[in-house]
Design a protein around this ligand. Structure first.
Ligand SMILES: NC(=O)c1ccc[n+]([C@@H]2O[C@H](COP(=O)([O-])OP(=O)(O)OC[C@H]3O[C@@H](n4cnc5c(N)ncnc54)[C@H](O)[C@@H]3O)[C@@H](O)[C@H]2O)c1
Length: 331
């Protein structure tokens, strides 16, 4: 059974074409799964596999309506080819990770800003009906406002946050100058099946799951009392589908918080996973990480109002599903 039995769209999509950039990555491959499961006319996956994995899409690529394009968003003509005659684009390709962006800001900029500009330009030139893109809760920077509302951001704390905020500025300008309909999604710590536990920039939930399934002690940066609005991937997929297909006349040219709307501390996350895995180990605490915000919690009322977004999977239910997937995959 798919995670995506539930319908997040009302219209018939059997004649529509969709481009998912970063479609071999974690969130992108989940969007692909939804579109395939619900009979989209054509699904194009654009990914250069620098972070994504072919195995994430191996079950889909042989279907007649799915096309994998191993192309690079930093290349203008690759983006043109991927967008030819496209109806809807959801742009997920980017280099994630705040620490990476602090180490190699130029590399992050090339993918996240130049790549973004290439894809949005190609989508506009192809006459795409809507361009949805991944922004990030990192744009809230040092704002003390809780919960985070879209209109109030602080000073940015990392090059990664700067790239995502730049995306929002470009999206707004493309609406002004060219009438392109855009929807920005500020994801809050998304987790779920297909998220990588390996590599230097892995996120906290797959890292903890991987360690605890081996009964090893994971690291916690700082005292673990930092909190996050952990968001199960099916909720992020829902926001993408609704963002592309909404008929709400005022939905475009906005950025939206995409989250569950509750928060847990990293220590609480650890204890929950320790219980669920039956591990007996304790974490090792180390220095806090540069660029990290202390607390994060989203107000999701804007997405509810304009996108009809209703997150369906809670933090704990999402952890159960994710852990089951990890046990099968890595356990
Ligand atoms: N996962 C989260 O919690 C989170 C939070 C906030 C924002 N985001 C954003 O959501 C999007 C998806 O994130 P994810 O967690 O699925 O990450 P991911 O790394 O799994 O997916 C990103 C995909 O983009 C591809 N990619 C990167 N550079 C590329 C290039 N030059 N050309 C073509 N493809 C390229 C990678 O190979 C990868 O498959 C990203 O834009 C990320 O910044 C994610």
């Amino acid at each position: 059974m798919s995670l995506y039995e539930q319908n997040f769209h009302q219209t018939d999509i059997s004649n529509d074409s969709f481009l998912v950039t970063g479609g071999a990555g974690f969130i992108g491959s989940n969007i692909v799964e939804y579109l395939v499961h619900h009979g989209a006319g054509e699904v194009r996956i654009m990914d250069n596999l620098c972070e994504g994995k072919f195995e994430n899409i191996a079950n889909f690529v042989d279907l007649p309506n799915v096309r994998f394009m191993e192309l690079d968003i930093t290349n203008e003509s690759d983006c043109k080819a991927a967008c030819e005659n496209i109806d809807y684009v959801t742009h997920q390709a980017a280099l994630g990770s705040v620490p990476r962006s602090i180490e190699v800001p130029l590399v992050t900029h090339a993918a996240n800003v130049t790549g973004f500009l290439n894809v949005i330009t190609a989508a506009k030139d192809a006459g795409a009906k809507r361009f949805v893109y991944a922004s990030s809760s990192s744009v809230y920077g040092d704002s003390p406002v809780m919960p985070k509302v879209e209109s109030q951001i602080g000073s940015l704390l990392s090059p990664y946050a700067a790239t995502k905020y730049t995306n929002e500025i470009y999206a707004s300008v493309f609406g002004q100058c060219y009438g392109l309909e855009t929807v920005g999604l500020r994801y809050f710590n998304v987790f779920g099946p297909r998220q990588k536990p390996d590599g230097p920039y892995a996120a906290v939930i797959p890292l903890f799951m991987d360690a605890l399934l081996k009964n090893q002690a994971p690291f916690i940066n700082g005292d673990g009392e930092q909190s996050r609005d952990f968001t199960f991937v099916a909720n992020a997929v829902q926001a993408n589908i609704r963002g592309m297909l909404t008929t709400h006349s005022e939905a475009s040219s906005k950025a939206y918080n995409v989250a569950f709307g509750e928060r847990a501390t990293v220590n609480q996350l650890f204890q929950t996973l320790k219980r669920l895995t039956g591990a007996t180990t304790d974490p090792e605490y180390r220095e806090p990480r540069a660029g990290d915000v202390q607390h994060s919690l989203a107000d999701i009322s804007r997405a509810k109002e304009f996108l009809d977004y209703q997150p369906t999977t809670s933090f704990e239910d999402g952890l159960d599903v994710t852990l089951a997937w990890f046990k099968k995959r890595y356990g």
